[in-house]
Write a protein of this length. Structure first.
Length: 172
Protein backbone atom coordinates (compact mmCIF):
# COMPACT_ATOMS: atom_id res chain seq x y z
CA UNK A 1 0.00 0.00 0.00
CA UNK A 2 1.37 3.39 -0.95
CA UNK A 3 0.90 6.31 1.38
CA UNK A 4 -0.58 8.31 -1.54
CA UNK A 5 -3.58 5.99 -1.51
CA UNK A 6 -4.55 6.80 2.06
CA UNK A 7 -6.86 9.56 3.16
CA UNK A 8 -7.20 11.60 6.32
CA UNK A 9 -10.71 12.96 6.06
CA UNK A 10 -11.07 14.39 2.58
CA UNK A 11 -7.35 14.90 1.96
CA UNK A 12 -4.63 12.55 0.76
CA UNK A 13 -1.85 12.02 3.30
CA UNK A 14 0.83 12.82 0.72
CA UNK A 15 -0.77 16.20 -0.06
CA UNK A 16 -0.97 17.10 3.62
CA UNK A 17 2.65 16.12 4.21
CA UNK A 18 3.77 18.34 1.34
CA UNK A 19 1.62 21.32 2.34
CA UNK A 20 1.93 21.38 6.12
CA UNK A 21 5.26 19.75 6.87
CA UNK A 22 7.13 20.48 3.64
CA UNK A 23 7.82 16.74 3.30
CA UNK A 24 7.40 14.75 0.14
CA UNK A 25 5.78 11.33 -0.14
CA UNK A 26 9.22 9.75 -0.43
CA UNK A 27 10.01 10.46 3.22
CA UNK A 28 7.21 8.20 4.39
CA UNK A 29 7.91 5.62 1.69
CA UNK A 30 11.55 5.51 2.81
CA UNK A 31 10.47 5.03 6.42
CA UNK A 32 8.22 2.15 5.39
CA UNK A 33 11.09 0.52 3.49
CA UNK A 34 13.67 1.01 6.25
CA UNK A 35 14.51 -1.70 8.75
CA UNK A 36 12.57 -1.51 12.02
CA UNK A 37 15.40 0.11 14.00
CA UNK A 38 15.94 2.89 11.44
CA UNK A 39 12.22 3.52 11.07
CA UNK A 40 11.80 3.95 14.82
CA UNK A 41 14.66 6.42 15.15
CA UNK A 42 13.58 8.49 12.14
CA UNK A 43 9.89 8.45 13.11
CA UNK A 44 10.85 9.64 16.59
CA UNK A 45 12.89 12.48 15.07
CA UNK A 46 9.88 13.48 12.96
CA UNK A 47 7.60 13.57 16.02
CA UNK A 48 10.12 15.59 17.99
CA UNK A 49 10.54 18.13 15.20
CA UNK A 50 6.75 18.52 14.93
CA UNK A 51 6.39 18.95 18.69
CA UNK A 52 9.20 21.54 18.79
CA UNK A 53 7.66 23.55 15.97
CA UNK A 54 4.10 23.42 17.34
CA UNK A 55 5.09 24.37 20.90
CA UNK A 56 7.30 27.24 19.76
CA UNK A 57 4.55 28.53 17.50
CA UNK A 58 1.92 28.25 20.26
CA UNK A 59 4.11 30.09 22.76
CA UNK A 60 4.82 32.76 20.17
CA UNK A 61 8.44 33.23 21.12
CA UNK A 62 11.31 32.24 18.86
CA UNK A 63 13.72 32.86 21.74
CA UNK A 64 12.26 29.81 23.57
CA UNK A 65 13.00 27.43 20.67
CA UNK A 66 16.48 26.37 21.91
CA UNK A 67 15.04 25.66 25.38
CA UNK A 68 12.11 23.67 23.96
CA UNK A 69 14.44 21.68 21.70
CA UNK A 70 16.35 20.42 24.76
CA UNK A 71 13.30 19.20 26.68
CA UNK A 72 12.65 15.47 26.71
CA UNK A 73 9.47 14.34 24.99
CA UNK A 74 7.99 12.18 27.73
CA UNK A 75 7.32 12.46 31.40
CA UNK A 76 5.45 14.96 33.50
CA UNK A 77 7.74 17.81 32.47
CA UNK A 78 8.36 16.92 28.84
CA UNK A 79 7.18 18.22 25.50
CA UNK A 80 4.20 15.90 25.30
CA UNK A 81 2.86 17.14 28.65
CA UNK A 82 3.49 20.76 27.65
CA UNK A 83 1.74 20.20 24.30
CA UNK A 84 -1.21 18.59 26.13
CA UNK A 85 -1.53 21.53 28.51
CA UNK A 86 -1.24 24.01 25.63
CA UNK A 87 -4.14 22.25 23.89
CA UNK A 88 -2.00 20.98 21.03
CA UNK A 89 -2.54 17.32 21.93
CA UNK A 90 -5.37 15.27 23.35
CA UNK A 91 -4.96 12.68 26.12
CA UNK A 92 -5.07 9.88 23.53
CA UNK A 93 -2.16 11.51 21.68
CA UNK A 94 -0.15 11.73 24.90
CA UNK A 95 -0.87 8.08 25.66
CA UNK A 96 0.39 7.13 22.19
CA UNK A 97 3.54 9.21 22.70
CA UNK A 98 4.19 7.52 26.05
CA UNK A 99 3.97 4.03 24.53
CA UNK A 100 5.84 5.13 21.39
CA UNK A 101 8.57 6.45 23.69
CA UNK A 102 8.86 3.06 25.41
CA UNK A 103 9.15 1.27 22.06
CA UNK A 104 11.64 3.83 20.75
CA UNK A 105 13.78 3.61 23.88
CA UNK A 106 13.92 -0.16 23.59
CA UNK A 107 15.22 0.25 20.04
CA UNK A 108 17.53 3.20 20.60
CA UNK A 109 19.49 2.35 23.71
CA UNK A 110 22.35 -0.02 23.16
CA UNK A 111 24.28 -1.06 20.09
CA UNK A 112 23.22 -4.68 20.59
CA UNK A 113 19.66 -3.63 19.73
CA UNK A 114 20.66 -2.31 16.31
CA UNK A 115 19.14 -5.42 14.72
CA UNK A 116 15.95 -5.43 16.83
CA UNK A 117 12.67 -5.87 15.03
CA UNK A 118 9.12 -5.15 16.07
CA UNK A 119 8.63 -8.89 16.52
CA UNK A 120 11.48 -8.86 19.07
CA UNK A 121 9.85 -6.02 20.97
CA UNK A 122 6.33 -7.39 20.93
CA UNK A 123 7.19 -10.88 22.06
CA UNK A 124 4.71 -10.80 24.93
CA UNK A 125 0.96 -10.46 24.53
CA UNK A 126 0.85 -7.78 27.24
CA UNK A 127 3.30 -5.60 25.28
CA UNK A 128 1.20 -6.04 22.16
CA UNK A 129 -2.07 -5.27 23.98
CA UNK A 130 -0.59 -2.13 25.54
CA UNK A 131 0.65 -1.01 22.11
CA UNK A 132 -2.67 -1.67 20.35
CA UNK A 133 -4.58 0.09 23.11
CA UNK A 134 -2.41 3.22 22.76
CA UNK A 135 -2.99 3.70 19.02
CA UNK A 136 -5.52 6.52 18.52
CA UNK A 137 -5.76 5.86 14.77
CA UNK A 138 -6.42 2.22 13.96
CA UNK A 139 -7.10 2.54 10.23
CA UNK A 140 -7.75 4.80 7.28
CA UNK A 141 -10.05 4.64 4.27
CA UNK A 142 -8.50 3.97 0.88
CA UNK A 143 -9.12 5.88 -2.34
CA UNK A 144 -12.39 4.04 -2.91
CA UNK A 145 -13.46 5.23 0.59
CA UNK A 146 -15.24 1.91 1.14
CA UNK A 147 -12.24 -0.10 2.29
CA UNK A 148 -10.78 0.64 5.70
CA UNK A 149 -7.14 -0.34 6.03
CA UNK A 150 -6.42 -1.42 9.60
CA UNK A 151 -2.89 -2.73 9.02
CA UNK A 152 -3.36 -5.66 11.39
CA UNK A 153 -0.71 -7.58 9.45
CA UNK A 154 1.96 -5.06 10.38
CA UNK A 155 3.24 -3.69 13.66
CA UNK A 156 5.18 -0.85 12.07
CA UNK A 157 2.58 0.67 9.75
CA UNK A 158 0.22 1.67 12.59
CA UNK A 159 3.10 3.43 14.36
CA UNK A 160 3.96 5.34 11.22
CA UNK A 161 0.30 6.12 10.54
CA UNK A 162 -0.09 7.53 14.05
CA UNK A 163 3.18 9.48 13.80
CA UNK A 164 2.03 11.11 10.56
CA UNK A 165 -1.44 11.80 11.97
CA UNK A 166 0.06 13.34 15.10
CA UNK A 167 2.45 15.51 13.09
CA UNK A 168 -0.36 16.70 10.86
CA UNK A 169 -2.46 17.55 13.92
CA UNK A 170 0.44 19.51 15.41
CA UNK A 171 0.99 21.41 12.16
CA UNK A 172 -2.50 22.91 11.93
Amino acid sequence: MKIQQLYLGKDKVGDLLRERLQLNDDVISQLLKADDWTMMILAWALVEACLNQAISKQLGSESLAPFIDRLSIGGRTGKSELALRLGLLEKTDKKFLDVFSEVRNRFAHGVKRFKNTFDDYFESESDMAKYNDALPVKGLPSLDKKTIHTFTDSKRTPILLNVVTLCLKLSK
